[in-house]
Design a protein around this ligand. Structure first.
Ligand code: AMP
Ligand code: MG
Length: 485
């Protein structure tokens, strides 16, 4: 490996017009120290893990030293936050550049918590250690669950405090993303009435994420359709593992179809379709079962910005945009139905399947079952003595399910194979994550390392059964998550 550690940074976004970003260097920190480092991801990026896993990495992933080829920028964007439109931009993050990986991918390398930028408004540009570790662990868990997501390369403690309600240790997270183009990036130019900038951004997005669609008859419309399809699949994938994003503002929806911005996210223990964890989501706008509807709302905002590009005739443009967004519903249903069929071990499609799925979820909700463990329990020869299996309505449902499975090609064996690959044993349970973060903030990173190890193979039962245990009712009832920390 060369002394440059394998950096191959390009800066295509920084070649867009000046209004798209501000050039800003990370603000150095006092005493950077690597707390978490993702060797597997480092190697996949073509970087020298041995060189970077230590002081060299601490300097680079804190922003104290720029890697060769970096041209750091803070991106301009806007967004609807809880439905209210605001001009935002990277207030505490910079993108160092785009690493070209050995397999030819182009990914943003971004530092979060790297100091103030022209978009910081009243913020300090910094981040606290706990929330950055939280993004690291949950995003990596999502990746290993097979769900598209930004990833985490490193967390560096800065040796400086950040001032929140109290003093907290500061940190910088290195985020790796296919890009940071958000619905809100399009809204930024749309709100300023800059149609040509929207077009430039759309052209850039096409080139970067949908190169094949440039040959389509209407590339912008084709892109909108592709983004809608990807979001439908993404939200379905979230819900199939019980994930609640928690802050689906339009600035937190990526055109690349990745899960982005792990602020107040959480995972269901007990299945409640109305589950909300975020301390500021008072109306449940971003509740578990609201997520498809909110995705449609956000995609409608994206479609609005693209309208002038879709057709010269305004009415035709509106109709095309509406049809593209409306395609979310069948795309989501297909993705959700397919995923739920795998979780229940169903081969092929039968008319009765939709009712079987709906009744199962009703049973989970009525019995107060643990979402993750209910599916695992169903895979066992001997059913557990807990909800939903202990519920009086379970035997009748179970008989229907068994008949359905026995009758299919491959029978129970095929069902077990599907279920083993679709039903994780380990998810980042809220209580386990919080315990591990608390220990790490106190200086003991071992529980977090153990959790991360189990989350790397989520479909394998972990040695420690505590990683599969639902939180006590009291914890679940009072658990709240926070954003912007
Ligand atoms: P988020 O809730 O993380 O999606 O952030 C929403 C907006 O607030 C983004 O523009 C962030 O850059 C900005 N922001 C959040 N925290 C800070 C901070 N500590 N300093 C400056 N800007 C921040
Ligand atoms: Mg955000």
């Amino acid at each position: 490996m060369s002394p440059t550690a394998g950096w191959r940074l390009e800066n295509s976004y920084a070649r867009l017009p000046e209004s798209f970003f501000r050039r800003v260097r990370p603000t150095p920190v006092r005493s950077p120290r690597l707390v978490l480092f993702n060797r597997e991801l480092c190697l996949a990026l073509g970087l020298d893990a041995d060189l970077l896993d230590g002081e060299v990495g601490a300097r680079i992933f804190s922003g104290n030293e720029l890697p060769p080829g970096a041209a750091p920028i803070a991106q301009a964007y806007a967004g609807h936050q809880f439905g209210a439109f605001t001009f935002l931009g990277d207030g505490r993050a910079v993108i160092l550049g785009e690493q070209i990986t050995p397999d030819g991918q182009r990914v943003d390398i971004a530092l979060k918590g790297s100091g103030p930028t022209p978009f910081s408004r009243h913020g300090d540009g910094r981040a606290a250690l706990g929330p950055m570790l939280r993004e690291y662990v949950v995003s990596e868990a999502m990746h290993h669950l097979g769900i598209p997501t930004t990833r985490s390369l490193a967390v560096v403690a800065t040796g400086e405090d950040v001032v929140r309600e109290r003093f907290l240790p500061g940190a910088v997270l290195t985020r790796v993303a296919r890009s940071h183009i958000r619905v809100g990036t399009f809204q930024y130019f749309w709100a300023r009435g800059e149609v040509e900038s929207v077009r430039l951004l759309a052209d850039y997005t096409l080139q970067r994420h949908f190169p094949d669609l440039r040959a389509a008859q209407n590339p912008y419309l084709a892109m909108l359709h592709a983004v809608v399809q990807a979001q439908a699949e993404l939200v379905a994938a979230w819900m199939l593992v019980g994930f609640v994003h928690g802050v689906m503002n339009t600035d937190n929806m990526s055109l690349a179809g990745e899960t982005i911005d792990y602020g107040p996210c959480a995972f269901l223990d007990t299945y409640r379709s109305g589950a909300v964890f975020s301390s500021i989501d008072l109306d449940g706008r971003y509740a578990y079962a609201q997520q498809p509807g909110i995705a449609v709302w956000n995609l409608t905002r994206l479609a609005e910005t693209l309208r002038p590009l879709l057709d010269k005739d305004p009415q035709q443009a509106v109709d095309a945009a509406r049809a593209a967004v409306e395609a979310f519903v069948p795309a989501f249903q297909t993705a959700w139905h397919g995923g739920m069929a795998r979780k229940l071990g169903l081969v092929g499609r039968r008319a009765e399947d939709a009712a079987l799925m709906r009744d199962w979820l009703e049973l989970l909700e009525a019995s107060g079952a643990d979402f993750t463990n209910a599916f695992r329990g169903l895979m066992r020869q001997e059913l557990p003595q807990e909800p939903p299996f202990s519920h009086p309505d379970f035997p009748a449902w179970h008989a229907r399910w068994q008949a359905r499975v026995a009758d299919q090609e491959g029978g129970r064996t095929a069902a077990r194979t599907l279920m083993r690959a679709a039903n994780p044993a380990v998810i980042p349970r809220n209580q386990r994550v919080e315990e591990a973060l608390a220990a790490a903030v106190r200086g003991d990173v071992r529980p977090l390392e153990r959790l991360l190890t189990a989350l790397r193979t989520p479909f394998v039962e972990p040695a420690d059964p505590a990683l599969m245990a639902p939180a006590p009712e009291e914890f679940q009832r009072t658990y709240r998550t926070f954003c912007g920390t």
